[in-house]
Design a protein around this ligand. Structure first.
Ligand SMILES: *[C@@H]1O[C@H](CO)[C@@H](O)[C@H](O)[C@H]1NC(C)=O
Ligand SMILES: *[C@@H]1O[C@H](CO)[C@@H](O)[C@H](O)[C@H]1NC(C)=O
Ligand SMILES: *[C@@H]1O[C@H](CO)[C@@H](O)[C@H](O)[C@H]1NC(C)=O
Length: 423
């Protein structure tokens, strides 16, 4: 059946003249009603909540200068769906805050940013934990406070994820250059204190490693893949940590399935909701830099990898996607924002990409960046607040200012900026 919009004006006219007056009026009323319904901001607000999440809707209301009643939700929906740019703000406070570093961890946890460790100038590996409260509003202020606590030993290339109301940290490379396989857990005591404790995992743990990828799945378990192992080789194993209900014990299980992503380091794992996780990029066994995308399905009874194929030559800029040391952060609507990293020539990148692997759309799209233009960087960290609309990015390796062409011009960065998804 042809849609009524496909029928020519003349043809419709000739049909209408054959109809009784009541039918014409009823048709007209139906059209009017439908128009008013589809223009209703209440409808589009509900669709925004359905597709981007209620927390995103709340964030849009909180940051809007107009009243929620006068917001153009149809426009908001359209802009979000067709998102083609981000806007950045430099939030760096040179007075206070963590020192420049790379390969640290950064999480959004209980309404705060939590940063731990990393590598810094002089080859030392840091063991400091910092907390910052992020205020509400458009340009958020970050006030860093250092937490005094006996946490994990100094390290970089570890991974840290939020599971329920705790942070779980695994592995990394310590100050003697030794790869670790210890598991730590942190809980918030008061608004500005956090305490770390070594988690009892019994006798089984993944082999020691650094530069692996992790994320939390189902907000219950921690997934770990790959990294660089004790002998310096890149690993391709998959492990899942189950926490006991009282958070006193953890149990590591290796997940063995076929096919699996090839061994790699400096890649990312991003949980895109529930039991769906996306793996992207990294550096392979032959030092090659990768651009493949994998999907990890951890729904009931499954723990398996599936490769998601893209025809990169059909995507504008697609061939430049291969990278290691990038960030890949879950944003509103289950989409992943990929930023920075470096290519096989160790050239650092400053590009933003949106990756959507939801059932209905499979898409890579390069986003423009407005406002503050952050430098190219790699081995930085990024996390999104609960709305999935604002992302915080801290540190990483950037090109030195004096001789950008020389490898020795490389330096650790201590800047923090926020990336706003919606203009
Ligand atoms: C970001 O802000 C900090 C503090 O105001 C400033 O020192 C730094 O130069 C800024 N970064 C850039 C690249 O403008
Ligand atoms: C690094 O880890 C190794 C093995 O776990 C340990 O023996 C060594 O003392 C650690 N070094 C530092 C500085 O913590
Ligand atoms: C951590 O790795 C070491 C190898 O260095 C291994 O002996 C140890 O059993 C591992 N830890 C656990 C809890 O499995």
């Amino acid at each position: 059946m042809a849609s009524i919009t496909d029928i020519s004006h003349d043809h419709l006219f000739s049909i209408l003249v054959l109809l009784p007056l009541e039918s014409i009026l009823s048709f007209s009323m139906t059209c009017k009603k439908t128009i008013s319904l589809t223009r209703s901001h209440t409808l589009w607000k509900s669709l925004c909540a359905r597709d981007w999440g209620q927390s995103t809707v709340d964030a849009i209301i909180a940051s809007s200068s107009s009243s929620p009643l006068s917001l153009d939700w149809n426009g908001v929906y359209r802009r979000f769906r067709n998102l083609d740019r981000v806007s950045c703000f430099n939030l760096t406070d040179t007075e206070a805050g963590p020192s420049p570093r790379a390969s640290h961890s950064l999480n959004f946890f209980s309404g705060c940013l939590v940063l731990f460790g990393g590598g810094c100038e002089g080859g030392r590996h840091l063991d400091d934990t910092w907390i910052a409260h992020t205020g509400n509003g458009y340009k958020r202020i970050v006030n860093w406070q250092r937490v005094i606590s006996g946490g994990p030993s100094g390290r970089f290339g570890h991974s840290c994820v939020v599971i329920g109301n705790c942070l779980v940290l695994f592995g990394g490379i310590n100050d003697s250059g030794i790869r670790q396989n210890d598991t730590w857990i942190a809980q918030q005591d008061t608004a500005t204190t956090l305490s770390w404790r070594l988690l009892d995992v019994g006798t089984v743990a993944p082999p020691p490693r650094g530069a692996h990828a992790s994320c939390s799945i189902d907000n219950q378990r921690m997934l770990v893949h790959g990294g660089i192992g004790l002998s310096g080789t890149r690993l391709g194993d998959t492990w899942v940590l189950y926490l006991s209900e009282n958070l006193c014990f953890g149990t590591w299980h290796q997940s063995v399935s076929h096919p699996v992503p090839s061994p790699r380091s400096g890649h990312t794992l991003t949980c895109i909701g529930g039991s769906r996780t996306v793996l992207f990029g990294g550096r392979g066994m032959g030092y090659e830099v990768l651009n493949d995308v994998w999907y990890f399905d951890s729904s009931q009874g499954h723990l398996r990898w599936v490769q998601v194929l893209f025809e990169l030559t059909n995507i504008a800029g697609g061939p430049s996607l291969a990278r290691v040391g990038h960030s890949a952060t879950l944003t509103s609507g289950g989409r992943v924002l990929v930023y920075g990293g470096e290519d096989s020539y160790r050239h650092r990148k400053d590009d933003f990409w949106l990756l959507d692997v939801s059932q209905t759309r499979r898409m890579w799209r390069r986003l423009r960046c407005e406002g503050y233009q952050p430098r190219s960087r790699s081995f930085h960290q990024a996390c999104a607040d609960e709305s999935g609309r604002y992302l915080y990015v801290f540190g990483g390796m950037v090109d030195g200012i004096l001789q950008p062409a020389e490898p020795s011009g490389l330096r650790f960065d201590g800047e923090i900026f926020v990336v706003d998804l919606l203009l």
